[in-house]
Design a protein around this ligand. Structure first.
Ligand code: GMT
Length: 377
């Protein structure tokens, strides 16, 4: 049996799907007997219960008076090296090229080549940052210096190659959901707090950044609400929130839209929905669509980035070109007015999430990559 590993994990601990995936992966690896050391600026928000194999090392930023900007990245690199040395880490698995993979490269230079580094690309580090000429060389360096690089969709691999001219192999490792947490919850009585028995629930969950096109969500809902008695539940918050609130008032939809703000228990909330709306402009994977899928909720969304690798058009949801709100609304109406079709989609969703994106399968894929970089195949 292969030896258990000591793994350092760095991610953005407080927001977004990348932090969720990194934290859940750490927890699953710990359950499999590996020793996991999170090296981040605060405790990852999904860390949850105590586990004897999980450790947290806080990165504290030096704020000397000569620093105009406190250098978080240098503090992180030093902390990575310090933890790697003290805990005799086998490898660092970092989520996001900039700055995390750059810091891991610096840490490796302090420790030596025996410390291996694995970088997972999640999207905006490539699709947004790599468009900036001033950052391209840095991102390329971070990728080329990693012992292994993974990306969360085939689309992101292609984008990375195209934008950065990278020839190094990139492993495809899809995001996953823990099937012990993400399954259709019994929310019959909770549902009555949001919608009457004859109403359908549409839901959108995001960080309300412009790339999520939350305006499209409202326009889709406006069309749906004309023919289907329904409510729209909006979960999350972010820069576009007040603009969206205005739009909802202007359209006279206040009575039919409910804002839930940021929520922790996504599985419970998503189970309330009949469909999830994800009309994003950019989406390297779309973790929320997978969370919905595992809870039996089909997605009506765009064909952006990696969404089509996750949502099978006509089986687990319907996809339309970015910005085509008429088509998205028509698809939502079709699903919400055909009970038999909706039930069929729901079953296909649960099956696909369990088989293709389940925690055991993807965790094993990451383990395989770790053993490969350590020459322990
Ligand atoms: O979508 C965001 O704005 C958050 C971002 C993040 O840093 O978590 O999400 C990215 O990583 C997720 C996990 O791999 C993916 O599911 C999202 O599709 C990806 N977002 C984008 O590509 C815009």
């Amino acid at each position: 049996m292969a030896r258990k590993l000591k793994i350092g994990i760095t991610c953005y601990p407080t927001l977004g799907g990348s932090g969720v995936v990194a934290t859940e992966l750490g927890k699953l690896l710990a359950e499999r007997g590996h020793e996991i050391h999170f090296i981040t600026h605060s405790i990852p928000f999904r860390l949850g219960h105590f586990n004897k194999n999980i450790f947290f090392h806080e990165v504290e930023v030096n704020d000397y008076y000569v620093f105009r900007y406190p250098p978080y990245d240098l503090s992180l690199a030093s902390k990575m090296a310090q933890v790697a040395k003290m805990e005799k880490l086998d490898l660092l698995h970092v989520h996001y090229a900039v700055p995390h993979a750059v810091c891991a490269h610096l840490a490796k230079q302090m420790i030596g080549d025996e410390l291996k580094t694995v970088t997972t690309l999640h999207g905006t580090d490539i699709t947004v940052l790599a468009q900036d000429e001033s950052l391209k060389d840095l991102i390329r360096l971070a990728i080329n210096k990693s012992d292994a690089v993974t990306a969360v969709s085939q689309d992101l691999i292609q984008e990375t190659r195209k934008l950065l001219d990278i020839t190094k192999p990139i492993d495809l490792t899809y995001n996953f959901v823990d099937k012990r947490i993400y399954y259709p919850r019994d929310v019959a009585s909770l549902r009555l707090d949001y919608a009457s028995p004859n109403e359908k629930i549409l839901m959108h969950i995001s960080n309300f950044r412009p790339v999520k096109r939350v305006s499209d969500v409202i326009e889709i809902f406006q069309q749906v609400a004309k023919t289907v008695p329904s409510k729209l539940l909006l979960v999350g918050e972010g820069p576009e929130l007040s603009k969206i609130q205005c739009k909802i008032r202007e359209m006279g939809l206040e009575e039919r839209v409910v804002f839930l703000g940021k929520q922790e228990d996504v599985a419970q909330i998503i189970s309330l929905a009949d469909v999830l709306l994800l009309p994003s402009e950019k989406e390297s994977f779309g973790l929320v669509a997978l969370e919905a899928m595992a809870c039996g909720v089909p997605t009506i969304g765009s064909t952006a980035g990696g969404i089509p690798e996750l949502v099978t058009h006509g089986e687990t949801g319907f996809l339309s070109p970015i910005g085509d709100v008429n088509s998205m609304a028509a698809n939502a109406i079709r699903l919400l007015t055909d009970e038999k079709l909706h039930q069929q989609f729901k079953e296909a969703c649960i099956f696909r999430a369990c088989h293709d994106f389940c925690n055991d399968r993807i965790t094993a894929e990451y383990e395989e990559i770790y053993y490969r970089v350590l020459g322990m195949e």
